[in-house]
Design a protein around this ligand. Sequence first.
Ligand SMILES: *[C@@H]1O[C@H](CO)[C@@H](O)[C@H](O)[C@H]1NC(C)=O
Ligand SMILES: *[C@@H]1O[C@H](CO)[C@@H](O)[C@H](O)[C@H]1NC(C)=O
Ligand SMILES: *[C@@H]1O[C@H](CO)[C@@H](O)[C@H](O)[C@H]1NC(C)=O
Length: 504
Amino acid sequence: MLSQVFRLLSLASLSSALPSTPPLLGPRQSSTTITIDLTKTYNLISGFGTSEAFQRAVQMSRLPATEQRRALDLLFSTTTGAGFSILRNGIGSSPDQSSDHMVSIAPRSPGSPDKPLIYDFEKTGEDNKQLWVSREAQHTYGVKTIYADAWSAPGYMKTNGNDANGGTLCGVPGASSCKSGDWRQAYANYLVRYVQFYQEANVTITHLGFINEPELTTSYASMRFTASQAADFIKILHPTLLRAVSSSLLTSAPGIACCDAEGWSTTSSMLSTLKSSSAESLLSIITSHAYTSSPSSPLNTRLPTWQTEAADLQGAWTNAWYSSTGTGNRAGEGWTWANNVYTALVNANASAYLYWIGAQSGNTNSHLVHISSSGKVEASKRMWAMGMWSRFVRPGARRVGTSTSGGSSLPSGVKIASFRNEDGSVATVVLNGSGSAVKLGVKVGAGGDGKGYGSVKAWVTDNTREIAMVETGFDEAKGEGSVSVPSRAMVTVVLYPAEGSGQK
Ligand SMILES: *[C@@H]1O[C@H](CO)[C@@H](O)[C@H](O)[C@H]1NC(C)=O
Ligand SMILES: *[C@@H]1O[C@H](CO)[C@@H](O)[C@H](O)[C@H]1NC(C)=O
Ligand SMILES: *[C@@H]1O[C@H](CO)[C@@H](O)[C@H](O)[C@H]1NC(C)=O
């Protein structure tokens, strides 16, 4: 009884701190109760993230100090931003830094693959400023996962002598022969040296990729690889990484990622070749983009699968969440991305979801945070939508099972996904796509003892709010939190273990 009084008092003080929140909803008003089953476990969550490749990091670095900090906070802060937990870097291959080229760490050919590569990290401008962003991410914000991915090998290692316009790595099976010889081992050494440069700067690269959209030839850095060519190279890269560790060049080996194909279906077919070529077991993660086909069903692998690049590449910059007067093009809206992440995690068993670019200038939706011509940063609702996942579903979380009370189904248009974090908290993301508000109760059933969860908090993002804390009810006897989810809103509800409950 005493504790019930305390609850009401603490809610009263919360509502005075948040004057614009909707009226309090007691647990008895819940129309549907979600019961979380911690014994049913699905995908492991590696995290959520973005990239500052292609000199977008350089753009960030040129902002005035306060806006620079604001951009970094928006991307990586778990209290005032999206709380991203993964950063994807581009490993440069270009001979120069003109336009948005990512300059290589070894831009000039040593003449032959048998000669040592001529590294010049000093002249990369801190790896096109990505080292600066990485250092901020890792040291200031505690981001543990940095995925470095190469779009191409330097031109001198390739069949077309250019880091752009396709071509492939000299020496892979089926490639046209190169006068200069077989550059496979040199390319593996090159990738290891990149990781080592970061290590020397106290930044740990945890995952390493050697191709990007390998089925595409473009006017920028691009390199063609078939799945069997990828398998061939993985068998060179993997032992090279192990040797780098045993010879103390690297303190630990990053996990190898493959293949960042343009779409989930292409990745699916590449994966079957990686399996049949015995290369899958040398990988840590399977990576895929979402352009030509988006993640809709699980890939056939026990490895974590990451959606590493998605964006609205067509639309002009919008920071809309869901415009009721919208003309039908919702590709850039926050609500769309809230749902895209849901589909990847729940329907396609993805472990990570990355938007293409974090902060950038230009009137497009290819980025999450807009840098205006006057040097101000502005976040999109796409970013806040991703933050609703990223801030509360932390690396190492597991998606867990849910059921609705009495076997009834969820209200129509409502989607939910629950995750148990490593610290014992249980986050439930609710998307209310119905035309009217939904009231939900959330409690832990199997795997919790019904009393193990002692408090609840919830946050909302919708047309007017961005990860704003909302009022909740909590029924101590049932360990059940309750919250109202407005129409077209996203609410993340987190249940916290009671002190001394052993729910960890
Ligand atoms: C889902 O992903 C996990 C890794 O996060 C994997 O171990 C599991 O096998 C996958 N399940 C399905 C059905 O693909
Ligand atoms: C990396 O850390 C070591 C040990 O803390 C320190 O001596 C060194 O100066 C750091 N290097 C850089 C580039 O920050
Ligand atoms: C979803 O929104 C509608 C409309 O505002 C509302 O009636 C319904 O209760 C909401 N659903 C949940 C689960 O909160």
